[in-house]
Design a protein around this ligand. Structure first.
Ligand SMILES: [Ca+2]
Length: 252
C-alpha cells in the first residue's frame, strides 16, 4: 500500500512539473537588428493563435506567454521585414534572441499576418492541432501583387515565413504529427495559374522558385496556396487544416 501511494505522489508531481513547463511564461527574450546586433525597442511580438501580443521594451526585451505544442511567433517593426518563427516548449524554454532584418525598397510583402486554411475539421493528433483557434479562411489563399520588370534579371522566390499543420506522409514519417491511420496530399503552390510546387513539410523560411517565364512584369501577378486533402477520407472532402504566416517575394 505504501509503495502504491508513493507511486501516485511521484506521478502527480511529474505531471505538475510538466504542466508548469507548458503554461509558464518565458522571460528575457530579445529582438535585435540582425546586422548590427543592437536591441530593437517597440517591436510587436505576437502569438497569433493565442491572440497574444506584446511590445519589446527599449532594451529589446519581451516576455512570451505560455503555449501548447508548436506555434508561430511573429515580430513586426516598421522599417524591418516581417519575421516569423515556429516555436515549441523546448525552443522557448530558454530566452529567444530574434534577429530581424531591415527592409529594402524592392521588398514585396504578400501577407504578414497568419492565415488558417482548411475546414476546421481536424484530428487532435494533427501536426500542431492544439493551436488551431483561428477560423478557417477556406481551403485556399490567393493574392495579387505587382512585380517590376527588373525582376526578370534576378532569381525570384516565394518565401513562406512559417507553416504548421501539414499532415503529409512525409511530415508523418519525420515525426511532425502523431496521426496513425491517415495522411493528406501536400499543399500546392500556384503562380499565375501554373502549379510550381508542393509543400511536403512544416517549417520556417521555405523558398519556392518563381520561374521567370511566368512573371508578368509591371502588372499583377498572383500567388495561390491550396491546402491538401485527407487521402484516407473518401466519404466527404476533408481539407488538411494548416496555418501559414509571413509570405514575401525575394529577388536576388
Ligand atoms: Ca480538415
Amino acid at each position: 500500500m505504501k509503495k502504491f501511494l508513493l507511486l501516485i505522489i511521484l506521478l502527480s508531481t511529474a505531471s505538475a512539473v510538466h504542466a508548469a513547463n507548458i503554461s509558464g511564461m518565458v522571460t528575457d527574450s530579445r529582438v535585435i537588428d540582425s546586422s548590427t546586433n543592437t536591441p530593437i525597442g517597440n517591436a510587436r511580438v505576437t502569438l497569433p493563435k493565442y491572440n497574444y501580443s506584446t511590445y519589446t521594451d527599449s532594451d529589446g526585451n519581451f516576455d512570451l506567454k505560455g503555449f501548447d505544442g508548436k506555434t508561430i511567433l511573429s515580430v513586426e517593426k516598421e522599417g524591418y521585414r516581417p519575421f516569423s518563427l515556429t516555436v515549441d516548449q523546448l525552443s522557448a524554454s530558454k530566452p529567444l534572441v530574434l534577429g530581424i532584418e531591415k527592409s529594402a525598397p524592392a521588398d514585396i510583402v504578400i501577407e504578414s499576418s497568419m492565415m488558417h486554411l482548411g475546414d476546421d475539421n481536424y484530428s487532435n493528433a494533427s501536426a500542431n492541432a492544439g493551436n488551431f483557434r483561428l477560423k478557417s479562411a477556406g481551403p485556399f489563399f490567393s493574392k495579387k501583387f505587382i512585380m517590376k520588370s527588373t525582376a526578370l534579371n534576378s532569381k525570384n522566390y516565394l518565401v513562406i515565413g512559417s507553416i504548421v499543420g501539414i499532415d503529409t506522409l512525409l511530415a508523418r514519417s519525420m515525426g511532425q504529427n502523431k496521426i496513425v491511420n491517415s495522411y493528406a496530399s501536400a499543399p500546392e503552390v500556384y503562380f499565375n495559374g501554373t502549379k510550381i510546387a508542393e509543400i511536403q513539410l512544416n517549417g520556417d523560411n521555405q523558398r519556392i522558385k518563381l520561374p521567370n517565364n511566368l512573371i508578368k512584369p509591371e502588372s499583377p501577378n498572383e500567388i495561390t496556396i491550396k491546402t491538401g486533402r485527407n487521402l484516407m477520407q473518401m466519404a466527404y472532402v476533408d481539407y488538411d487544416d494548416i496555418e501559414v504566416a509571413n509570405l514575401s517575394i525575394l529577388s536576388e
